[in-house]
Design a protein around this ligand. Structure first.
Ligand code: SF4
Length: 645
């Protein structure tokens, strides 16, 4: 495989052992140089020569985005507090910096010791968004490391990838040496010990080290698996080629929550989430059928209010922030969220801004938001996801019309004048009547706003195109084509204009690329490398996303986007992610998909275990399942219901 992008000078490392990179010539004329300088408050610079194992932790997007990734920050802290180990950061250089690196023949480097990435033992990419995959290729090339795993020399760094994208690994299987599946903080020290033992024993052929990594539970090494396809293009089977390579590969997760990160790096420049954050719970119990995160981060784990307050005390002292975000997939679902907010208020008073990045659609959430921000009232966001009760039932979004309208009234009455409503377009079974429902519903919210706050009332409708994801009940669904989305967007544009609602939507072309990568197989992986070679990069940024490059790359490798996106799957089709056990069982997902077509909701599993597959893997789930069984037995026998503690 050619290691240079067409029309762009290749990166090269000009010496075998490059000393600390000199920034001065590189940063001349480059925007936001603080993205590359390091030295931020709380960053950790461990002596390079003292470390036995050196990790570069990489987010394949620009610094401003990557610095908001909580997972990488946890691993950075964990590794840097492990003896004889260091971890440094790297982010995708913005195109002006890439041009500077290539012009000067300088390799991509880490922020802490400013060492070329090729000097590290291991590079760990965080994959949280499919449209960053060409940046992974480009960063390796800029580091002077072969982009294709099979072409790497024995002494090249091992290229790892983790995060949610690692659970659908095949689109990057040509590039990544080893994926780490599941919660990285549970696995990374075991992987580090394998690297350390290997290095101290003098190393050897790369394939032997990869074999050892495949034996680490949660480790997936693509080169040890072979795929076969049916004549119609669907998967026939996946085969393990090595005794060290398990089938399936089981995702790792922790029974509890990791310690709170109390000394995160404070960037010099504004980042996407420019505030302190504490993850108050992990996992989600709602079971919305489109939501991959709601499935793959199960089971639910919560922090206590005492833990949150103690963590916040240290965190705020260590960072100087005056705003704290209570992070989770649905923060107002935490069983003690009001207790957490009250405890934080009691400790820090009204001077602390508290934000909830995600809330349920109900009046309780408004009450919690009010306690969080008694004075500073920005826009209130609700995510009803679908515009009609019928469609919300089909996707199992447990929100009733009256919940939203009551929540909106509560928000306007308590001082908010701006409400943002977030919906998806293109959900399975959606009709134009459902799309019209979005406008009608938003118009009702606006009317309530007018009644309460008059002309100041502002309602913003924001839609995204539904992209079916693996490991979620809608993994069987077809995705709307651009031609199908167009009249829906048209209806929304006109309807919102008439009702004086602000409206934003996203580009169908980007959604289709995301769709191909989200359910892609190893053949798609060839097109990813090809697209990078043809100049693709920063595909999540509309100013850089070039659909023509991808069309050419798909054509060159016989990848038909319709096959990956716009085809409803047979209920028993084998998927390119079937070798990955995410925790939630295929049987549960299939049942949920079948309930979609009958428009049947499934209850939140806080209210009764739905036996999703984790009931014997997670201690808390096992207890919930026991509760359910005991309750059912007691009901049958007419006995008093057991008391659940
Ligand atoms: S096993 Fe039961 S309680 Fe646990 S996440 Fe699944 S449905 Fe919820």
């Amino acid at each position: 495989m050619e290691a240079a992008r067409l029309g762009i000078a290749p990166a090269r490392i000009t010496e075998a052992r490059v000393p600390r990179i000199d920034l001065d010539p590189l940063l001349h004329g480059v925007s936001k140089p603080a993205r590359y300088s390091g030295g931020e408050w709380n960053s950790i610079v461990r002596p390079w020569d003292d470390a036995e194992i050196r990790w570069a932790l990489i987010y394949p997007d620009v610094y401003d985005v990557g610095m908001s990734n909580g997972g990488l920050a946890i691993l950075y802290d964990l590794l840097n507090h492990t003896p004889s180990t260091l971890a440094e950061r790297a982010f995708a250089p913005w195109p002006d910096m890439e041009a500077s690196l290539r012009e000067h023949g300088a390799p991509l480097f880490s922020l802490e010791n400013r060492r070329p990435l090729a000097e590290f033992d291991a590079l760990g990419f965080s994959l949280s968004y499919e449209l960053t995959y060409t940046n992974v290729c480009n960063m390796l090339d800029l580091a002077g490391i072969a982009v294709v795993a099979a072409e790497r020399a024995d002494d090249a760094p091992i290229i790892f990838a983790g995060g949610s994208g690692a659970l659908v690994p095949e689109p990057l299987a040509l590039v990544i040496d080893a994926f780490i599946l599941g919660e990285g903080e549970d696995v990374i020290l075991e992987v580090t010990e394998v690297l350390r033992d290997w290095k101290s024993a003098g190393g050897g052929p790369r394939v032997e080290l990869l074999r050892q990594l495949a034996r680490v539970p949660g480790g997936y090494v693509p080169r040890f698996y072979r795929w076969a396809y049916q004549p119609d293009g669907t998967v026939a089977e996946v085969e393990s080629l090595d005794a060290a390579a398990p089938l399936p590969v089981v995702k790792r997760f922790m029974q509890g929550m990791p310690p709170i990160l109390t000394k995160p790096i404070v960037p010099f420049l504004e980042t996407v989430h420019d505030r302190a954050g504490i993850e108050i719970q992990r996992g989600c119990t709602q079971g919305c059928r489109f939501c991959q995160a709601g499935m793959i981060y199960r089971p639910l784990r919560e922090r206590t209010p005492e833990e949150v307050v103690a963590g916040a005390r240290e965190l705020l002292a260590n960072t100087g922030y005056d705003e704290l975000s209570l992070v989770s997939l649905s923060s107002t679902d935490h069983s003690q969220i009001d207790g957490i907010v009250a405890a934080l208020r009691g400790e820090f008073g009204d001077g602390l801004g508290i934000s909830l990045p995600s809330t349920r659609v109900d009046s309780f959430s408004v009450d919690v938001a009010l306690a969080c921000a008694p004075r500073r009232k920005r826009s209130m966001t609700f995510a009803p996801e679908a515009g009609s009760q019928r469609l919300r039932n089909a996707v199992s979004k447990l929100v009733a019309d009256e919940d939203l309208l009551a929540a909106a009234r509560n928000a306007f009455e308590n001082g908010w004048s701006s409400i943002k409503l977030y919906f998806m377009v293109g959900l399975p079974t959606e009709t134009m009547a459902d799309v019209q429902g979005i406008v009608d519903w938003a118009a009702q919210v606006k009317q309530i706003g007018r009644e309460v706050v008059g002309k100041r009332a502002r309602v913003r409708v924001s839609t995204s195109n539904h992209v079916p994801k693996a490991h979620a009940p809608f993994q069987w669904a077809r995705q709307d084509t651009a031609a199908e989305l167009e009249p829906k967007h048209q209806l929304l544009r006109e309807g919102c204009r008439a009702a004086r609602l602000d409206f934003t939507w996203n580009d169908p072309a980007e959604s289709i690329l995301e769709g191909v990568l989200s359910r892609g197989d190893r053949r798609v992986g060839e097109a990813v490398v090809e697209a990078w070679r043809r100049g693709a990069g920063f595909d999540a940024w509309s100013e850089y996303h070039d659909p023509a490059i991808w069309e050419a790359a798909f054509a060159a490798h016989g990848v038909d986007p319709d096959f990956y996106c716009h085809r409803e799957r047979d209920l028993w089709e084998r998927f390119p992610w079937m070798h990955i056990a995410s925790g939630v069982s295929e049987a549960y997902l299939r049942r949920e998909w079948m309930r979609t077509h009958r428009e049947l909701t499934t209850i939140d599993c806080r209210d009764g275990c739905q036996v999703c597959g984790l009931e014997h893997a997670a201690q808390l789930c096992e207890l919930k399942l026991q509760d359910r069984v005991l309750t059912q037995r007691a009901r049958k026998a007419g006995e008093p219901l057991p008391v659940v503690v």
